[in-house]
Design a binder for this molecule. Structure first.
Ligand SMILES: *Cc1c(COP(=O)(O)O)cnc(C)c1O
Length: 390
């Protein structure tokens, strides 16, 4: 394999043999490094997500012989959103619509990459703790690989998401508590059964899958960077992955200019990164009693905290917390204004644009990307929605 692993924190290096987890020296997440990859400028025009994210193969952890486990993830649209922009008092707003991925969220990208590498290393049994959508994606990609997966999810996860996990054939275990509690149960099960733990940042390849978000955005903008990224943040793989994409594209000489200002968007009911950012800290303390309807954001103690906070600082971005009512309202508005099916997490990204515009941190000149990270229908109760209509 023409890559190695480097600790995101202490810089320890390791060969990517077997099923790597976290840094053996300090326990922080690994990052994949590709010292031997050559990205000729002449290849840039031919590089695109061609029906899936694996079109960006030269930036991904795949050897010439390896075949990815794919359901056609990635290659999602980046829509210019003029009505949404007007609604927000901005001019240049794009929606990266991740709802159209297989399993209806961007978790498909990370799990396609993680399960591809793990199966190539011989894994046949998986386990994952989830706030919801990672469970659906793990179930689908395990099925695609002919492998089995056990999913630990909070009992309060939206019903439709839980039903999707079961439909794709996973062994679903419901627990009281949040994703942190599910993580403990998953680790115990991994030890007992030998199943591989697919938890966020507990293996290095989910980040590589999420990296394709950044590659696709740069390609869609004619190999340029936007000015602002508003990312609804749970465990943080998307934020870290996109930053890694931008850094790698600049190192390759494919895109020049300063990195987009990256903002972490969370719920006021679970905002460990926002709280740490506001306090000027470089690590985040776990949030006690996390609650938000945006289940993907209900991650009280992300292990990528230090790296995320560094990214927000280094890109001159920031962090914003949005109340649930506001993200719900903005998701509904964006859905009906643009015809894109916004999840509450996506609504948080939209709401953050308004908050930052009001604070003067983003202006009408800025090219702003809002993320619809998952499909709204996964969270909706049709009966309730129709009743509201009266
Ligand atoms: C998981 C998830 C998030 C958070 O993503 P991370 O990369 O873990 O920060 C946001 N939105 C949705 C819909 C999710 O499923």
């Amino acid at each position: 394999m023409d890559w190695f692993l480097e600790c995101s924190d202490c810089g320890t290096q390791a060969e990517p043999i077997g099923l790597p987890t976290v840094c053996t020296a300090c326990g922080r997440p690994w990052l994949v490094r590709y010292p031997d990859r050559i990205h000729a400028l002449a290849d840039r025009g031919q590089t695109a997500a061609n029906g899936s994210m694996w079109g960006f193969r030269s930036f991904l952890p795949l050897t010439e012989r390896d075949k990815p486990i794919t359901l056609g993830e990635g290659d999602t649209p980046l829509f210019k959103a003029p009505r949404l922009a007007k609604h927000l008092g901005l001019d240049r707003v794009w929606i990266k619509d991740e709802a159209v991925n297989p399993t209806s969220s961007f978790k498909a990208r990370g799990l396609s990459a993680a399960i591809t590498r793990a199966v190539l290393a011989g894994a046949t049994k998986f386990v994952v703790p989830t706030a919801g959508n990672a469970g659906v994606a793990s179930a689908a990609y395990a099925a695609r690989a002919g492998a089995s997966v056990r999913v630990y999810a909070p009992r309060t996860t939206p019903k439709t998401i839980l039903a999707q996990i079961v439909a794709f054939g996973a062994d679903l275990v419901l627990l009281e508590g949040h994703i942190g509690d599910c993580g403990k149960a998953a680790r115990a099960w991994a030890e007992e059964s030998g199943a591989m733990d697919l938890s966020t940042l507990k293996e290095p390849y989910r980040i590589e899958g999420k990296k394709t978000l950044g590659l696709e955005i740069a390609a869609a903008l004619g190999w340029g960077f936007p000015d602002v990224i508003l990312y609804p943040t749970g465990g943080g793989t998307g934020l870290i992955g996109m930053w890694k994409a931008f850094v790698e594209l600049r190192a390759a000489g494919w895109v020049s200019g300063s990195l987009p200002r990256m903002y972490s968007v969370q719920s006021t009911g679970c905002a460990p990164i926002v709280r740490a950012w506001d306090a000027g800290n470089d690590t985040a303390e776990a949030w006690v009693d996390p609650w938000t309807i945006a289940s993907g954001l209900r991650v009280p103690g992300p292990i990528g905290d230090k790296l995320m906070l560094r990214i927000l600082r280094e890109t001159s971005g920031g962090a914003v917390a949005i109340p649930d009512e506001e993200m719900t309202r903005e998701a509904a508005a964006a859905t009906s204004l643009e015809g894109v099916d916004f999840s509450p997490e996506g609504g948080a990204s939209v709401a953050a644009a308004r908050v930052l515009a009001q604070k003067g941190e983003i202006s009408a000149r800025d090219r702003v990307i809002v993320f619809n990270t998952g499909a709204g229908w996964l969270y909706r109760d049709p009966a309730e929605l129709l009743a509201e209509r009266g």
